[in-house]
Design a protein around this ligand. Structure first.
Ligand code: PNS
Length: 170
């Protein structure tokens, strides 16, 4: 497959939201193959382990034939080279994302000029959605129905219970 038809969609996915899935579906309609790349070692203290995050993603993308999930360490552009991918997909929700995404895209271009970053906008109903917000709402007893797949909501509740942090039901 040509490098420009293989795209990487990198992120923390802690956990995957319907906003991510919206971007993945859009990407899968444009590119021949989309590889979701879950960052293994990160400074943020993740809620779910990398194995749990990968499993949830794999389950959520099951119906999409040209999408797969992988894990990566180190520089994203090195992973893109390894996967023979010429494109990095990032979701842009609102203007507030722009500064960070601009820095990331230009640094990646400096590191590897053959990899192009493209931005996709999710459906407006997900334009305010983030994994951090999902975790906060669930931990405070709110419902995230319709914002993450149902099984992800169950995983979140299960994780909170295991950690002894029973969610408060409002
Ligand atoms: O979901 P996130 O946390 O916004 O994703 C950020 C991610 C994983 C795309 C970014 O942190 C990344 O690519 N990290 C790998 C290290 C790297 O390549 N850094 C150089 C660009 S600044």
């Amino acid at each position: 497959m040509n490098r420009s038809s293989v795209a990487i969609y990198p992120g923390s996915f802690d956990p995957v939201t319907n906003g991510h899935l919206d971007i993945i579906q859009r990407g899968s309609r444009i590119f021949g193959k989309v590889i979701i790349a879950v960052l293994r070692n990160q400074r943020k203290n993740p809620f779910f382990s990398v194995a749990e995050r990968t499993e949830m993603l794999a389950r959520a993308i099951e119906p999409l034939e040209n999408v797969e999930v992988a894990r990566f360490n180190g520089l994203l552009v090195n992973f893109a080279r390894e996967m023979k991918a010429g494109v990095v997909i990032r979701g842009l929700r609102a203007v507030t994302d722009f500064d960070y995404e601009f820095q990331l895209a230009l640094m990646n271009r400096r590191l590897e000029k053959e990899v192009e970053t493209i931005f996709l906008m999710p459906s407006a109903e997900y334009s305010y959605l983030s994994s951090s917000q999902i975790k906060e709402v669930v931990s405070l007893g709110g419902s995230v129905k319709g914002l993450v797949p149902d099984f992800v909501e169950q995983e979140l509740l299960g994780k909170l219970e295991k950690s002894g942090q029973k969610p408060r039901i409002s």
